[in-house]
Design a protein around this ligand. Structure first.
Ligand code: RTP
Ligand code: MG
Length: 138
């Protein structure tokens, strides 16, 4: 099976809460390889490109505001079926219903915060991964 790459982001809530290390520990325990990692303070243009598929949706503006609220950690991650595998580690989008044992299920808070504050991002397909890695790393 061919090795894949994916873009993982520890979003501003994860960085601000000091959860980067705990999240990286889960990723490394799973056996995925950190190919590149950097702290990024994205501007609006970068985020608009990254989230182009969501433009016009009700959560788009709050999502961009949240992503502009502080730095994210961008990770180029490699491994066998890592795209699907990382999304499994992350759990479903809404931290309230994400399964215990997942990053969002274990660390996602539910005290009136928004769905977008769900700690991590992971590319959802090989095409998305190539596109998003180009945005955050090149
Ligand atoms: P991600 O792209 O961050 O890995 O998460 P995902 O595939 O599970 O979620 P997606 O549908 O791609 O949405 C991207 C991000 O937008 C925020 N969101 N808010 N109803 C809402 O308020 C809502 N829905 C989505 C989340 O931050 C989600 O991760
Ligand atoms: Mg997505």
């Amino acid at each position: 099976m061919a090795t894949e790459e994916t873009l993982v982001l520890v979003k501003p809530d994860g960085v601000a809460r000091g959860l980067t290390g705990a999240i990286l520990a889960r990723i490394e325990s799973k056996g995925y390889a950190l190919v590149d990692i950097r702290l990024v303070e994205p501007d609006r243009d970068l985020l608009a490109e990254h989230y182009a598929e969501h433009e016009g949706k009700p959560f788009y503006e709050p999502l961009l505001e949240f992503m502009l609220s502080g730095p994210s950690v961008a990770i180029r991650l490699a491994g066998n079926r890592v795209i699907e595998g990382f999304r499994s580690l992350a759990g479903t989008t809404d931290p309230t219903t994400a399964a215990p044992g997942t990053i969002r299920g274990d660390f996602g808070r539910d005290w009136g915060l928004k769905v977008q504050q769900n700690l991590v991002h992971g590319s959802d397909s090989p095409e998305s991964a190539a596109r998003e890695l180009g945005i955050w790393f090149d």
